[in-house]
Design a protein around this ligand. Structure first.
Ligand code: PLP
Length: 244
């Protein structure tokens, strides 16, 4: 994966970041959307805290992590190394027993997909607030399974509203919208059309839940065309992940 230290790594990250922000801007223009209608979440899983610090220095403020305890440790290291106000979101599957640690570092969890997990996160966010580990409610996005395949996580479309009601009723949680990982069967337009429809219906019932987290390195343009407000990009910025 090349040199990950020093100036050459910084140059590599800067070049990749610029090409991704160019792609995002072009996709927004092409979709006739405002320049800030979709934000970039830089996915740093499997990469060291030093990369996060470099990316923060290059202007990135929002990061995504997907695994515990890697995420907790990295966030702590980064917060030691930088005075910047950076945000970290949890985008990977959360085991209920990890809810406590996730609630201490995450701004938002993108991958909420079961009722027991909502309960665990609600309790964890309350504790984190009481102990001073967090000051704002824990954001929550309901992860939608577009094809019903449990492999990538997500709740069935028919069960989204019920889970959203449960989140909305929890004091320490704040329902922010929906997230999806598009199936990789090549029909991205079809899946994104479906997701946009689900999001539209969801917005009528939960008008505050405006976020739609969709699009990754390979499909951010399609996602932006269909209304994504947050693209989660790892590989196109950091390179191939060291471990699959
Ligand atoms: C790893 C990951 C990403 C980033 O994917 P890339 O293809 O590397 O851009 C996005 N979303 C989720 C949920 C991930 O786990």
């Amino acid at each position: 994966m090349g040199d990950t230290t020093g100036q050459s790594r910084r140059a590599e990250l800067a070049t990749n970041l610029e090409s991704v922000t160019d792609r995002l801007s072009a996709a927004l223009v092409a979709a006739g959307r405002a320049p800030d209608a979709a934000k970039l979440l830089v996915v740093t899983k499997y990469f060291p805290a030093s990369d996060v610090v470099t990316l923060a220095d290059l202007g990135c403020t929002e990061f995504g992590e997907s695994r515990e305890p890697e995420a907790s440790r990295k966030v702590a290291d980064v917060r030691d190394a930088t005075a910047d106000a950076l945000s970290f979101d949890m985008i990977g599957r959360v085991q209920r027993k990890k809810a406590g640690s996730v609630a201490r570092w995450a701004r938002t969890v993108h991958s909420v997909d079961t009722a027991p997990l909502v309960d665990a996160l609600a309790r964890a966010a309350l504790t984190a607030t009481e102990t001073g580990a967090r000051t704002a409610p824990l954001g929550a996005l309901v992860q939608v399974s577009l094809d019903g395949d449990p492999q990538r996580g997500g709740v069935l479309i028919d069960d989204v509203a019920q889970l959203s009601e449960q989140i909305a009723a929890a004091d320490a949680l704040e329902l922010r919208g929906l997230m999806a990982i598009a199936p990789t069967d090549g029909e991205r337009e079809r899946w994104m059309t479906l997701l946009a429809k689900v999001h539209g219906e969801h917005l009528r019932r939960f008008p505050e839940a405006t976020e739609l987290s969709a699009g990754m390195s390979s499909d951010l343009e399609v996602a932006v065309r269909f209304g994504s407000t947050c693209v989660r990009v790892g590989t196109a910025i950091l390179g191939e992940r060291p471990i699959p």
